[in-house]
Every structure is written in structure tokens, then in C-alpha cells.
Design a protein around this ligand. Structure first.
Ligand code: SF4
Length: 254
């Protein structure tokens, strides 16, 4: 089976949601604004790294202009709205975005490291299947005077996760495995960078992590092949607050 990272993680979070999203192909109306905001921020961060990779420099003005066009320009928000309409939700989010990319720029500008690839898709065999994902950023950087390879993934989340969770995180394990397999090299650090906290948390991977993820991929793929789709425990906040498919889910009270 070929599975995207999103398919794999959707099945793990709720097999019923996987069936609604990928088998029945239900399409909840529009992209939620927060999702649009995250995508625009990611595009802005990729722009930063592409400029560093191709031109070896970027100014604060470049990055601000990019954010302005990605958010305010795309939503047709005028300069007057930006200046005077502080209560509009889209304007507020736009300001928040300015704050995040400003903090990111301040932190990165003096020693960003050397990007090796930005927003690069990969296909990697894991177990009996192929997993498709994306490296947001792989870069060479310095730590204690030593050159290291770091894989970085950007996030926006209300709170920072604890270190234990990052040590077992499936997407990071898959990225580590894919990097080693495809680049025939070993990364020294895997990092989640939380744009809204301007803070990061890093982890490492070992053989037992790959064994665990291989077992998970094989089990999920087998369940999909056998058409096993069960709901998660209902009335859970993951149903109530985080499932865009609940209106299509027969488990969810109408
Ligand atoms: S409402 Fe809950 S059980 Fe139903 S698809 Fe969404 S997450 Fe799964």
C-alpha cells in the first residue's frame, strides 16, 4: 500500500475519520481559518529558507512583504483595514503572523545554518509499504563547534509538548528513517520548532524507534486492506473540538 503521512496519522487518530475522509471522500466546507493561517505561515517560512539557500541572505523587509502578500494580499485586506480595523478577525490573525515571523527572523538571522533542502517530498519504503511525506527543512548547522545535520519541522500549537512525546513521535521517526535511507547519511538532531512560542524541542532516534514505526505502518496498512474502521470513544474532545468530519459521522449525536 502507498500511504501519505496524513493518511497514516488520520487512521491512527480515528479509523472512522479515515474512512470518512479517504474512502467516502467527504469534504467539510472550506479550509478552517486556522488551517489557512498555518499554511500561509509555513509558506512564509519556506520562503525564508529558499532565499537563504539560493541567495544566501534575506532581510526583515523581504519576509514582512512576503507575509503581507500571503495573508493580507490574498484576503484583499487593504492597508486602511490593517491600520484601523483592529477588531476584524483576519486582521488580528495577520498581526499575529507578523509577530511570529518577526520572532523567527530575529532568532534565525545571525546564524541560520546551511539549508540542504526545503519542502522536499519523499517516498520511503517502511515495512511492506511506501510512506509519502515531506521534509520541511534539512540543514547543516553547528553545535558545540561541531557540524551536524538537523531535520526541522514547523508547528503551531497552543502548548509545547513534553519531551517524552517528542521522543516517540511518529512523523519525526519516519522523517529520520527516510533521511537515512534516501540520503545515506545520519542526522544528529530532529527538531519541532513552534512558531507561536518561538521555541523548539529536539530528539534523536534509534533502531527500536524504526522497529516500532514499521510495526505501526504494517498494522495500519493491514487494517485498511481488511476494511477495519472503528470510531474512537465518542464525546472525547478530539471528536468535539478537532474533528471536521463529525457532521458525517454516525457515531456523533446529531
Ligand atoms: S466524530 Fe469522533 S468518532 Fe467520529 S470520525 Fe470524528 S473523531 Fe472519529
Amino acid at each position: 500500500l502507498e500511504l501519505t503521512m496524513d493518511e497514516l496519522l488520520t487512521y491512527i487518530s480515528c479509523p472512522m475519520r479515515y474512512a470518512l475522509k479517504y474512502n467516502a471522500k467527504f469534504d467539510p466546507k472550506g479550509i478552517p481559518e486556522q488551517e489557512e493561517f498555518k499554511q500561509a505561515l509555513h509558506t512564509c517560512i519556506y520562503y525564508f529558507w529558499c532565499k537563504i539557500m539560493n541567495e544566501n541572505s534575506i532581510t526583515n523587509g523581504d519576509l514582512n512583504s512576503k507575509w503581507e502578500s500571503l495573508w493580507f494580499g490574498k484576503k484583499n485586506i487593504s492597508r486602511e483595514d490593517i491600520m484601523y480595523d483592529g477588531v476584524n478577525k483576519e486582521v488580528k490573525l495577520g498581526y499575529q503572523g507578523f509577530g511570529y515571523i518577526q520572532s523567527f527572523f530575529n532568532r534565525m538571522q545571525h546564524d541560520p545554518g546551511v539549508p540542504i533542502c526545503v519542502a522536499k517530498d519523499f517516498d520511503v519504503p517502511i515495512g511492506d509499504h511506501i510512506i509519502k511525506g515531506t521534509f520541511e527543512l534539512i540543514k547543516e548547522t553547528k553545535e558545540n563547534g561541531r557540524r551536524i545535520i538537523e531535520i526541522v519541522d514547523y508547528k503551531i500549537s497552543p502548548s509545547m509538548p513534553d519531551k517524552d512525546r517528542i521522543e516517540r513521535d511518529i512523523p519525526l521517526t519516519i522523517q529520520s528513517y527516510a533521511f537515512r535511507k534516501l540520503f545515506q547519511a545520519k542526522e544528529q538532531k530532529l527538531t519541532y520548532y513552534y512558531l507561536n512560542h518561538n521555541d523548539s524541542i529536539s530528539a534523536h532516534r534509534m533502531m527500536h524507534d524504526y522497529n516500532r514505526v514499521t510495526y505501526i505502518v504494517n498494522s495500519v496498512a493491514k487494517s485498511i486492506e481488511d476494511n477495519i474502521y472503528f470510531p474512537r470513544e465518542i464525546h472525547n474532545y478530539l471528536c468535539r473540538d478537532q474533528c471536521a468530519y463529525k457532521t458525517y459521522c454516525k457515531e456523533w449525536p446529531s
